[in-house]
Design a protein around this ligand. Structure first.
Ligand SMILES: NC(=O)c1ccc[n+]([C@@H]2O[C@H](COP(=O)([O-])OP(=O)(O)OC[C@H]3O[C@@H](n4cnc5c(N)ncnc54)[C@H](O)[C@@H]3O)[C@@H](O)[C@H]2O)c1
Length: 318
């Protein structure tokens, strides 16, 4: 099998290291680069991942590199086709994603400056929180075309919704289709009208109150894990989502995925990064795909757009 391309994961914490491992195990890339500011951490993790190659049987090489405040070490990401930005603090119990905005904006700004310098042709997938704002900031700082910068949230929120539906109805996960749009936060918009089980509408299978409970649990899905872990946030499902997005870019697959993308007229909304379905390929977002929504869902999406628009404007000054 031909392996090609270079994908970099910035931030070698829980999210970044699990993403790097998944990307390496796909065995489709020449190289996976993992970076962090903690001396030796990315190198040590890369060495460990490479030593799993004889067991898991993949040829992709993982390169770890410590980077400095002034961009030292960033030459390791040179020529990357795809960058996944996971650098930044995660939530602690009781915190909202928005509580991270100031500290993570500084981190993401520094990372984005170096991405623009060393990987000017890359497609960037942002995961640092608060997600919609950090995605907007990354586009602003890199100056990349908007289609080449997107954020990961919708795939994760959708996966959580699907899991809760499958668990509630005791059906295989493969039979469940769900969708969430909107922001990765309080104005997340789960879309029950697009949810099916073996092709049957979810609304035929569960009473409205039970669907509403699942929607609420989905909206609070990240906080539920944070409250249990007490020391950080989720990373297995999140890294699966980011790695799949990177794979869709690498394979130029045209997969339609829920992502945080620049919305320019779709759903009557313009000029904001927001969770929508989009066709993903080698250029990043090929196009935003509009889906039929109920009036309530459409109103929820418009509300989410206005909430993130205000915050995305603030982030420019952070
Ligand atoms: N979008 C989503 O769906 C989603 C889901 C879960 C977590 N997250 C977010 O992802 C981020 C990472 O989460 P985590 O669990 O891996 O946290 P973590 O604390 O385990 O790892 C973060 C890593 O970033 C590194 N870092 C800090 N500043 C850096 C810089 N300037 N350059 C490079 N690396 C730097 C830290 O040293 C640390 O190793 C958090 O902001 C979290 O809120 C997003």
């Amino acid at each position: 099998m031909a392996r090609k391309g270079k994908v970099t994961v910035v931030g070698a914490g829980f999210y970044g290291s699990t993403t790097a491992m998944r990307l390496a195990e796909y065995d489709i890339f020449e190289t996976v680069v993992l970076t962090d500011i903690i001396e030796g951490k990315p190198e040590g993790l890369a060495l460990d991942m490479n030593q799993s190659r004889p067991i898991e049987r993949f040829e992709t090489k993982v390169v770890g590199k410590t980077t400095g405040q002034d961009g030292e070490g960033y030459e390791a990401i040179e020529g990357s086709d795809i960058i996944v930005i996971t650098a930044g603090l995660p939530r602690k119990p009781g915190m909202s994603r928005m509580d991270l905005i100031e500290v993570n904006a500084k981190i993401v700004r520094q990372v984005a400056e170096n991405v623009a310098k060393y990987a000017p042709n890359s497609v960037v997938i942002v995961v640092s929180n608060p997600l919609d704002e950090m995605t907007a900031l990354t586009q602003l700082v890199t100056g990349f075309p908007r289609n080449r910068v997107m954020g990961q949230a919708g795939m994760l929120d959708t996966a959580r919704f699907s899991h809760f539906v499958a668990e509630t109805l005791a059906v295989p996960i493969a039979s469940v289709q769900t969708l969430t749009l909107g922001s990765h936060g309080d104005t997340m918009v789960p879309v029950p009208s697009r949810c099916t089980v073996d092709g049957r509408p979810l609304t035929d299978l569960l009473p409205a109150e039970e669907i509403e409970e699942l929607v609420t649990r989905t909206r609070n899905g990240g906080a539920e894990v944070v409250a249990l872990l007490k020391t950080g946030s989720a990373y297995y499902a999140p890294s699966a989502a980011a790695a799949r997005m990177a794979r869709a870019v690498a394979e130029d697959s045209g997969a339609v995925l829920p992502v945080c993308a620049w919305v320019d007229g779709e759903y009557g909304i313009s000029g904001v990064y927001l969770g929508v379905e989009a066709e993903i390929g080698a250029t990043g977002v090929r196009r935003v795909v509009e889906t039929d929504l109920t009036d309530d869902e459409r109103a929820g999406l418009a509300e989410a757009a206005e909430a993130v628009r205000a915050k995305q404007a603030d982030v420019q000054n952070l």
